[in-house]
Design a protein around this ligand. Structure first.
Ligand code: NAP
Length: 473
């Protein structure tokens, strides 16, 4: 184990526990052990649900919840570099990107604290109908109940924050199952929550077998909500298995960008190069498909290729690195296979370097049914295809089963607004990469990409339900 390796237990009912079963957390870059984490299963998950149910018997007032959320944000501020180093070590995320994630997690907690303080129902205009005359009615927003949260490896701190912070703001206790490859950041957040004075049971973190933990979250009737971020097949299966729970899904994408002939090509090329390869393309909104009007095709390609070739590939702990490893060998082999079978022309990259890191890869004009054109690559791969019109571009962009975010580069307001309406996505960015996200935005997908919106204000709505109160005057 590395000298700096971290050891963490599970966090259940306010205690750090283990049952003798441990697992190693390894760097995706070096394979070195960067931490050791206690592993739990069905038994620990049931105990965690017991603790969450018990915690919710004594609701925390909104001001207390907000105070705790602010303190966690403060803890993240004080231990910002530690958080970034942890993300870098366990996810292999380049340090400069990991620092951005750590800052964003602070923002997520800060926005959630605001939501805790303003969580309120609304007045119902009862005398708007004759039958309502003489009555007063309003709604209360009540926490739905215990939240089972499941998070992915690629934003091990901030996507966990997007589960925990709104749940606490809404007054819901949580049982969190982080990704097995990246549990350290989640347990670090639990430590900050404990330090911030969160009473026992409001947050429980169980690391271990996805099947065992997931089965308890699905089957235990006391878990009212499942909030899942990860891959589509796992997410939709969970929703199918838990028809009576509120299941929120944040899933994948094959993120498209449309570049009009009238776009500022320097700006478009700079944003595409930066946002197709950051964290080796392992973001659900990493740019994967670029559709450019034929008149601008050569101009875009000649600006894009040198920018992509200038990205520094290497050790994620190196301050200069732009592109590090993908999460594991299976992912690397799959991505290299998809590149090899793409059927397009390789503009740059296409293979792995001496350290086994996939070089940022640009593929020109692959057929629409190639995997790189219609599945989520989740790797440092981007396609660039010439199209004859913006209509064709929109049809191709809409032509997959995904619908998370899409981007448009154009200097014409009419094209921008038309495409914003025609693109079937949860979000459309204009003259900005669709990889753009700040944590107060409503973020989520349509079609196979999900069924919810995250961002504390929106997540709090999902995690609470309205109770109507009618008073006879
Ligand atoms: P994943 O393989 O689906 O895993 C996500 C989480 O689900 C992990 O904690 C995993 O646990 C758990 N899991 C796996 N099988 C399960 C089961 N049967 N029951 C319950 N839980 C189960 O996804 P990933 O590879 O970590 O993440 C990449 C995917 O997430 C991509 O598709 C990406 O687009 C998507 N994503 C979406 C968003 C968004 O906001 N829309 C954000 C980030 C990522 P183990 O780790 O133990 O297997």
């Amino acid at each position: 184990m590395a000298a700096t390796a971290t050891e963490r237990r599970l966090f259940i009912a306010g205690s750090w526990v283990e049952n003798g079963d441990w697992m190693d957390v390894r760097s995706p870059y070096s394979g070195e052990v960067v931490g050791r984490v206690a592993r739990g299963g069905a038994k620990e998950t049931r105990r965690a649900v017991d603790a969450a149910v018990e915690a919710m018997r004594e609701p925390l007032p909104a001001h207390k919840r907000a105070e705790i959320l602010v303190k966690i944000a403060g803890g993240l501020g004080r231990r910002h570099e530690e958080a970034a180093q942890l993300i870098c070590a366990e996810a292999g995320k380049p340090l400069k990107t990991a620092r951005v994630e750590a800052s964003r997690a602070m923002s997520t907690y800060t926005f959630a604290a605001v939501e805790a303080r303003k969580l309120a129902g609304e007045m119902v205009p009862m005398d708007a109908a004759q039958a309502g005359e003489g009555k007063l009615a309003f709604t209360l927003r009540r926490p739905r109940g215990v939240v089972g949260a499941i998070s992915p490896f690629n934003f091990p701190l901030n996507l966990v924050a997007h589960k925990l912070a709104p749940a606490l703001a809404a007054g819901c206790a949580v049982v969190l199952k982080p990704a097995s490859q990246t549990p350290l950041s989640a347990l670090f957040l639990a430590e900050l929550a404990e330090e911030a004075g969160l009473p026992a049971g409001w947050l429980n973190v169980v690391v271990g077998s996805a099947g065992e933990i997931g089965d308890v979250l699905v089957e235990d009737e006391r878990v009212a909500v499942i909030t899942f971020t990860g891959s589509g097949p796992v997410g939709w299966k969970l929703a199918e298995r838990a028809p009576r729970k509120h299941v929120s899904l944040e899933l994948g994408n094959a993120t498209p960008v449309i570049v009009a002939a009238d776009a500022d090509l320097d700006a478009a090329a700079a944003r595409i190069a930066a946002n197709a390869f950051s964290f080796a393309g392992q973001s659900c909104i990493s740019i994967q498909r670029v559709y450019v009007e034929r008149a601008a095709y050569e101009g875009l390609v000649e600006r894009l290729v040198p920018r992509v070739e200038a990205l520094k590939v290497g050790d994620p702990a190196d301050e200069e690195t732009d592109v590090g490893p993908v999460i594991d060998d299976d992912a690397r082999e799959r991505i290299l296979e998809w590149i090899a079978e793409s059927g397009g022309e390789l503009l740059t990259g296409g293979d792995a370097d001496d350290e086994g890191l996939i070089r940022p890869t640009l593929i020109a004009n692959p057929p629409p049914d190639a995997k790189v054109s219609c599945e989520e690559v989740f790797g440092p791969v981007c396609t660039v295809s010439a199209v004859d019109s913006l209509d064709e571009a929109a049809a191709l962009a809409n032509g997959t089963r995904f619908g998370l975010q899409a981007g448009v580069f154009t200097s014409r307001i009419d094209s921008a607004l038309r495409l914003a309406q025609e693109l079937e996505f949860g979000g459309v960015t204009i003259n900005e990469a669709p990889t753009f996200r700040t944590d107060q935005m409503p973020y989520g997908g349509v079609k196979d990409s999900g069924n919810t919106r995250e961002g504390p204000a929106y997540a709090v709505r999902e995690l609470t339900e309205e109770r109507l109160v009618v008073i006879e005057l």
